[in-house]
Design a protein around this ligand. Structure first.
Ligand code: IPM
Ligand code: MN
Length: 351
């Protein structure tokens, strides 16, 4: 297969972890006879510095002309403590999601047998955990009208959803559940929020189309609690943008390190694949960041092209590395660890 992949490394550790995913993907291309044409483009603080815009039109054009986007991370501390900043790296990510129509953010949480004792939760609580969040990504409070009133004394962010937005996300959730354990949990706050009542009503109306799927409805606060008590009781969870942002960070550490969890953002023909973690500014340039989440995001990218074997080859290499202790310092045993690029080299060699 001939693949054009836009490569958006972004900020902080983004370029370092992206380099490893490229090495591993190139090894896959060689082994399975594909041709990957990488198209680097600017995003985030790096793009603000270069052209004053976190998601420049040129970057959008490159993404639109590609089959998929592989994304590192964005964010820079110089913006975090400056509430008055007019342009922020994060705006680039939101604009990109919207302009590429990526309304469904797929965020799996699974455990690795060799890392069960690395989790902050007890082994017996997490064994067998294999769940997927489908987070709505282009609506809700992230995109509703926002602003200030009363000479800046009052601030507001509106949460808005349409039935159609809920339906298209829920449809993906039902379809995904059909390929898995056929359990779907709709996460909302329907005891308080009108948008949540629209979610619940919409999902309830869709149940009849998927009679095999067992659907549950849970409040977001209860899910936050059950996620750390019985994560292995969940299969597919669907939820709105902000709840999904928070719960997927919570879920991401269950496996032992946030540096392990990949994600996909889907909705149009062009999918975007990125690690769940952020730009980890303190580690920039130190060759210590865990590249596995980005490498596994590349696995999701291949799988999304229907290239299951390629995805599995990457997952197998990651599992072997974990079993053999070829890991960065976040996962090191007895002080022994490898650099970001050494882990990448090892994975590429073991494809
Ligand atoms: C994420 C991030 C983003 C989000 C930020 C960087 C805008 O936290 O992808 O989860 O909140 O969606
Ligand atoms: Mn987040």
């Amino acid at each position: 297969m001939k693949l054009n992949i836009a490569l958006l490394a972004g900020d902080g550790i983004g370029p370092e972890v992206i380099d490893q995913a490229v090495k591993v993907s190139d090894a896959i291309a060689e082994k399975f006879n594909h041709e990957i044409n990488w198209k680097p483009a600017l995003t985030g603080a790096a793009a603000i510095d270069a052209v004053g815009e976190p998601y420049p039109d040129e970057t959008h054009d490159i993404c639109m002309a590609s089959d998929a986007v592989l994304f590192g991370a964005i964010g820079h501390p110089r913006f975090d403590n400056d509430p008055s900043a007019k342009v922020r790296p994060e705006q680039g990510l939101l604009k990109m999601r919207k302009k590429l129509g990526l309304f469904a953010n797929v965020r799996p949480t699974f455990t690795f047998p060799s890392l069960l004792d690395k989790s902050p939760l007890k082994r017996e609580r997490i064994e067998g955990t294999d769940l997927v969040f489908l987070r709505e990504l282009t609506g809700g409070i992230y995109f509703g009208e926002k602003g200030r009133r009363d000479e800046g004394e009052t601030a507001f962010d509106n949460c808005v959803y349409t039935r159609a937005e809920v339906q298209r996300l829920a449809k993906k959730g039902f379809e995904l559940a059909m390929t898995r354990d056929k359990k779907l949990c709709c996460v909302d706050k329907a005891n308080v929020l009108e948008t949540s009542r629209l979610w619940r009503e919409t999902v309830q109306a869709m149940e009849k189309d998927y009679p095999e799927v067992e659907v549950s409805y849970e409040f977001v606060d209860a899910v936050a609690m059950r996620l750390v008590q019985w994560p292995n009781s969940y299969d597919v969870l669907i939820t709105e943008n902000l709840f999904g942002d928070i719960l997927t960070d919570e879920a991401s550490v269950i496996s032992g390190s946030m540096g392990l969890m990949p994600s996909a953002s889907l909705g149009s023909d062009i999918g975007l694949f990125e690690p769940i973690h952020g730009s980890y500014p303190q580690a920039t340039g130190l060759n210590i960041a865990n590249p596995m989440a980005t490498v596994l995001s590349a696995a999701m990218m291949f799988e999304n092209f229907g290239l299951q074997e390629e995805g599995k080859a990457i997952r197998d290499a990651v599992n072997s590395a974990l079993e053999q202790g070829i890991v960065t310092e976040d996962l090191s045993e007895n002080g022994k660890s490898y650099g970001t690029s050494e882990v990448g080299d090892w994975l590429a060699k073991n494809i």
